[in-house]
Design a protein around this ligand. Structure first.
Ligand SMILES: Cc1cc2nc3c(=O)[nH]c(=O)nc-3n(C[C@H](O)[C@H](O)[C@H](O)COP(=O)(O)OP(=O)(O)OC[C@H]3O[C@@H](n4cnc5c(N)ncnc54)[C@H](O)[C@@H]3O)c2cc1C
Length: 364
């Protein structure tokens, strides 16, 4: 369909269409709201937050997505402070456990890998919840996946509805953005740039076990584990600041296709591993959660099924700057130059895009 034809049928108008209601899209929308912009936010899922997701168990929020930020990331600290969210340090007191390939468990002191990391009371989801609560409901569209974007500023949703925007901000993982239908098509090299940018942590899965109390602390264990036998390769204490209920979470070392094909075996092996490491008390969690991000099409593409082994170099490629005469902007964390891939990067990019929009509108 030609974009002009589409324009004739499209009656909804806004200054800025924010596509994606993860931390980057929400932080941007909150800034736009404060600055008096007219905007609409479109989110594919039935919930906001994107990769940020906290679940509630025994009245406490636990993270199935990101949990940490660091003292070198001022935007996260500043935003938590402004929104009245308390932060606290990752628990790291006590011995670490190391499990070798023969499932032999060694206990020792050493550098807790996440010592000094900061967590948000109530989970990272508290941050996206508060941001969302500051947006007018009628400007936030859930279960509203955008499928097509047009150079004249139009976008169409899955249900066929259409909006026209002066500016479109794709606050989507770049690989997910690359799968949209662009009219006219992006240049082959621009599309490749998006498709070649790994989405940070998109290929991983997280397991969380909640217990009545953090019993391992009484045994002098920090909850930190490095394992060569798995299925979890890295485990940490996820207990809230109040000290209870207790919780442990871990990242899998098992490839995505095996996780997908053998879910029951995976959970059984995980529970056996926790018991091997932490003893019989680990046998009876109050509740467990498994979130496999690799199977979520709003986060992970086929290319994300094998995660990068190191943190990639991120940033907005030069050729994507000023796309479609400045109408099309790229707003996800992976487009941030300094903290790309992290929650801080989502805020960095929201800040950068707000600056671009303020400049554009101050010029008329
Ligand atoms: C398991 C895990 C652990 C992590 N740990 C950490 C950590 O400890 N510290 C840290 O800083 N970072 C961590 N990260 C990374 C962090 O989650 C991201 O940097 C951050 O959440 C990115 O936010 P975003 O808004 O840029 O992207 P996303 O959160 O991916 O948001 C994109 C949004 O777009 C929506 N969407 C997708 N397609 C469409 C469409 N067609 N139309 C409309 N909406 C669409 C999605 O549903 C989603 O809500 C972790 C991530 C995961 C998965």
């Amino acid at each position: 369909m030609a974009s002009e034809e589409h324009g004739a049928a499209c009656r909804n108008h806004t200054q800025v269409a924010v596509v994606g209601g993860g931390l980057a899209g929400l932080a941007l929308a909150e800034r736009l709201q404060q600055a008096g912009f007219d905007f609409q936010l479109f989110e594919a899922r039935e919930r906001l937050g994107g990769r940020v997701e906290s679940v509630t168990c025994m009245g406490v929020g636990f993270d199935l997505g990101p949990a940490w930020f660091w003292s070198t990331q001022p935007r996260m600290a500043g935003l938590c402070d402004r929104l009245g969210l308390a932060v606290f340090e990752q628990y790291s007191t006590g011995d670490l456990l190391f499990e070798d390939t023969q499932r032999q468990v060694q206990r020792g002191r050493g550098y807790a890998s996440m010592e000094g990391s900061l967590r948000i009371e109530g989970g990272a989801g508290a941050l996206t919840d508060v941001l969302a609560s500051r947006l007018p409901e009628q400007k936030v569209h859930l279960q509203a996946p955008v499928r097509r974007v047009f150079a004249n500023g139009q976008l169409t949703l899955d249900d066929g509805s259409c909006w026209h925007a002066d500016r479109i901000v794709l606050a989507l993982p770049p690989r997910v953005a690359a799968e949209l239908h662009f009219e006219p098509a992006l240049g082959a090299s621009e599309r490749r740039l998006l498709a070649d940018t790994p989405t940070w942590m998109a290929g991983v899965a997280k397991f969380l076990a909640v217990y009545d109390e953090p019993f391992w602390r009484q045994e002098g264990l920090s909850g930190d584990v490095m394992s060569r036998s798995g299925p979890l390769m890295e485990i940490h204490d996820a207990t809230p600041r109040s000290g209870g209920p207790g919780a442990l979470f871990g990242f899998y070392g098992v490839p995505a296709h095996i996780r997908r094909d053998h879910p029951d075996e995976l959970v059984a092996a995980t529970q056996a591993q926790l018991e091997r490491l932490f003893g019989s008390q680990a046998r009876a969690p109050v509740q467990t959660f498994l979130r496999d991000w690799a199977v979520a099409p709003e986060t992970a593409t086929e290319a994300d099924q094998i995660p990068p082994t190191q943190h990639p170099t991120y940033g907005l490629p030069h050729s994507l700057t000023g796309a479609w005469e400045g109408r099309l902007l790229f707003g996800a964390s992976e487009m941030a130059g300094v903290n790309g891939g992290y929650m801080e990067g989502a805020l960095e990019q929201a800040e950068a895009i707000t600056r671009v929009l303020l400049e554009a509108y101050s010029d008329g």
